[in-house]
Ligand binder design. Structure first.
Ligand SMILES: NC(=O)c1ccc[n+]([C@@H]2O[C@H](COP(=O)([O-])OP(=O)(O)OC[C@H]3O[C@@H](n4cnc5c(N)ncnc54)[C@H](OP(=O)(O)O)[C@@H]3O)[C@@H](O)[C@H]2O)c1
Length: 218
């Protein structure tokens, strides 16, 4: 197995890379190592060029919970723009440059971390406008790119995933109301996410799945 993890410095990204290392070669790409910045397409393209091709799995584990709004009056243009840049545009540019690297002669996959709160159909609580909207956009972008992927790489899939609530710096400020058995370790979440991917093939491409394998409504 040849895998690439973008955002390997993150809580979930590091755990994914550690688990993938047990299966074969894994390339860990992160901002701190100067590999790429989501807001700099040239750096994403340069990383893809270094990786080459014939990849079994590309996992984009990046993201940022930008200014979680609690009321409509807190909606702000700069937070919306920032959330879209990091949570939607950046991963879409990763897909643009890394989907062509997927192996063509066997099953191969691209996954990006989204979040259940990006589900429009599932949104009853409100709040977190910029993060929700950017994750909804990410789901749409990956689904759209999956359509063309089916033509260029008939055995490949591209999906977005919800990891559950995972104990990382991103979720740290919001863990207070979470029951202990609903707060996953990064290793548990990584294991579940890789199991979900193990069960997918091209027929699942464009889907949005949770850590337990359930499809989430868009
Ligand atoms: N934790 C949860 O409960 C939870 C729940 C639902 C969804 N998610 C999603 O899961 C993903 C990973 O989250 P996490 O909890 O593992 O968070 P995390 O520990 O904060 O990791 C975030 C990762 O994204 C990278 N990143 C952020 N902005 C970047 C940029 N401009 N360029 C390149 N890399 C950038 C970070 O790199 P640096 O190290 O350089 O900052 C880091 O590797 C996110 O998409 C998040 O929305 C998490």
């Amino acid at each position: 197995v040849r895998a690439v993890v973008l955002g390997a410095s993150g809580g979930i990204g590091a755990a994914l890379a550690d688990r993938l290392a047990a299966r074969g070669e894994v390339l860990r790409l992160s901002r701190g190592d100067g590999d790429f910045d989501l807001t700099d397409e040239a750096s994403i393209a340069a990383s893809a060029a270094r990786v080459g091709g014939d990849v079994d799995l590309v996992f984009c584990a990046t993201g940022e919970l930008v200014a979680p709004e609690r009321a409509n009056r807190q909606v702000a243009a700069d937070a919306l723009a920032r959330s879209f840049a990091v949570n939607a545009t950046g991963p879409a540019l990763v897909a643009k440059h890394f989907l062509p690297l997927l192996a063509k002669d066997r099953r191969a996959g691209f996954a990006a971390l989204s979040a259940r709160v990006g589900s429009i159909g599932d949104n009853r609580l409100g709040g977190w406008h910029a993060y929700r909207a950017a994750k909804a956009a990410l789901n749409q972008l990956v689904r759209t790119m999956a359509v063309e992927l089916t033509r260029s790489h008939p055995q490949a899939f591209a999906v977005t995933l919800h990891p559950g609530t995972v104990d990382t710096p991103l979720s740290a400020p919001f863990q207070r109301g979470v029951a202990p058995d609903k707060l996953f370790t990064t290793d548990f979440a990584a294991g579940r996410l890789l199991s979900v991917l193990d069960g997918l093939d091209a027929s699942a491409s464009g889907g949005f799945f949770a850590w337990d394998g359930q499809a989430i409504p868009f």
